[in-house]
Design a protein around this ligand. Structure first.
Ligand SMILES: N[C@@H](CCC(=O)N[C@@H](CS)C(=O)NCC(=O)O)C(=O)O
Length: 202
């Protein structure tokens, strides 16, 4: 059976679990990372030299990098649904997956989350938090305007393009700071939460 290494509190693990749930793929998850350890051990680093989660083993095929795993699983188990069949529609979904990860958005959300939830309050860099939140909000505003008049990021149907942005939005909306109103983003997030598969997001 497909094995997924990673703690459920990791945003990158959440992407993979969501994709597996969307495609109805059975899997076994093994806790790894932070308090669970395992990811720093030699046998784990032989699978993933970065020592990071998620890492999967699909019948001997080992893969890491969450977006790549989502694409692989979507192609294998959700072709024509989670993974759009036409090259153009697939590239469209892909673009939304990459946008969050490779722009300053991913970094700013990570800085804000890390400082607010993984660092002791007395060690927190509040200036870095404030600037990361401000930068992150600019990107959420862009996504909010894109979503006006659309059910999902690529149009009428849910695709893998919604997964990384949906996980980031889930985190953003649950972080403790003031946010501007983002009505289209919030309606889209409501539609995502109606999907049973999003129960995998903690
Ligand atoms: N680019 C990688 C990043 C993976 C990553 O940074 N994973 C974090 C959790 S979100 C991790 O393993 N941190 C170490 C730990 O949890 O011990 C991906 O998208 O999979």
């Amino acid at each position: 059976m497909l094995k997924v290494w990673g703690r459920i509190t990791s945003i990158n693990v959440q992407k993979v679990l969501w994709c597996l749930a969307e495609t109805g793929t059975p899997y076994e998850r093994i806790d790894a990372g932070l308090e669970f350890g395992r990811n720093t051990e030699d046998w784990f680093r032989r699978m993933n030299p970065n020592g990071l989660v998620p890492t999967i083993d699909d019948d001997g095929f080992v893969l890491w990098e969450s977006n790549t795993i989502v694409r692989y699983l979507a192609e294998k188990h959700g072709m024509g649904t989670v993974c759009p069949a036409s090259p153009q529609a697939r590239a469209d979904a892909d673009r939304w997956m990459e946008w969050h990860s490779t722009s300053a958005w991913g970094t700013s959300l990570r800085i804000a989350f890390f400082n607010l939830y993984r660092v002791a309050p007395e060690k927190r860099d509040q200036k870095a938090v404030d600037s990361a939140i401000a930068q992150s909000i600019q990107y959420f505003r862009m996504l909010d305007s894109h979503l006006q008049g659309r059910a999902f990021v690529t149009g009428d149907a849910f695709t893998m393009g919604d997964i990384p942005l949906g996980c980031a939005t889930h985190r953003f909306l649950h972080m403790d700071f003031e946010r501007p109103p983002l009505p289209a983003l919030e309606s889209w997030y409501g539609r995502l939460k109606e999907r049973r598969a999003t129960a995998t997001m903690s």
